[in-house]
Design a protein around this ligand. Sequence first.
Ligand SMILES: Cc1cc2nc3c(=O)[nH]c(=O)nc-3n(C[C@H](O)[C@H](O)[C@H](O)COP(=O)(O)O)c2cc1C
Length: 175
Amino acid sequence: MIHLLSLSGSLRSTSSNTQALHAAAKLVPPGVAVDHYDEIGQLPHFNPDLEDHLPESIVDLRARVVRADGLLISCPEYARGIPGSFKNMLDWLVGSPDFPGKPVALFNTSPRASAAQAALKLVLETMSATIIPEACITLALLGKQADPDAIASDPDNSEMLRRALQAIVGHISAA
Ligand SMILES: Cc1cc2nc3c(=O)[nH]c(=O)nc-3n(C[C@H](O)[C@H](O)[C@H](O)COP(=O)(O)O)c2cc1C
């Protein structure tokens, strides 16, 4: 079984990014399970002083990332950058020895959110993640009231998500 961990950069209850990740979970090929991490809003602010005595929530976050064979990330753009809460989570993962080499699929739900995607790629590359280019997709969900079932049953969106999932799963299987 291949385990993927999905992480949304939006805390909004009806977030298009979270909905896209839930849609992806409905479209995974057989033999793949998706676990969604939804505690980003509860993480403490990153502080290097705490690295020697990690808070329980960070121990759990890192353990879930370690257990995952790959990450599905979907993140909005705030003020031409990465939302602070998501960057905070990534900062906690910088010191995680198992993060380098982690395969990552990057979803974007807004075609105009190019600055945040570029910034996210730079941060993830700096953290030595393995970004799978064929698994980086932009869905046109901005301004649409989309639920996971609607996204998963839309021909264009589901096709893009399926291809992205195949790309990251193919990379993991071949490793
Ligand atoms: C505080 C704030 C700042 C935003 N800044 C930008 C921006 O710089 N560029 C952009 O394309 N969209 C911006 N947006 C729009 C969001 O990226 C957009 O609403 C996105 O769909 C939110 O993702 P979600 O549906 O997953 O919550 C901003 C939204 C908020 C709330």
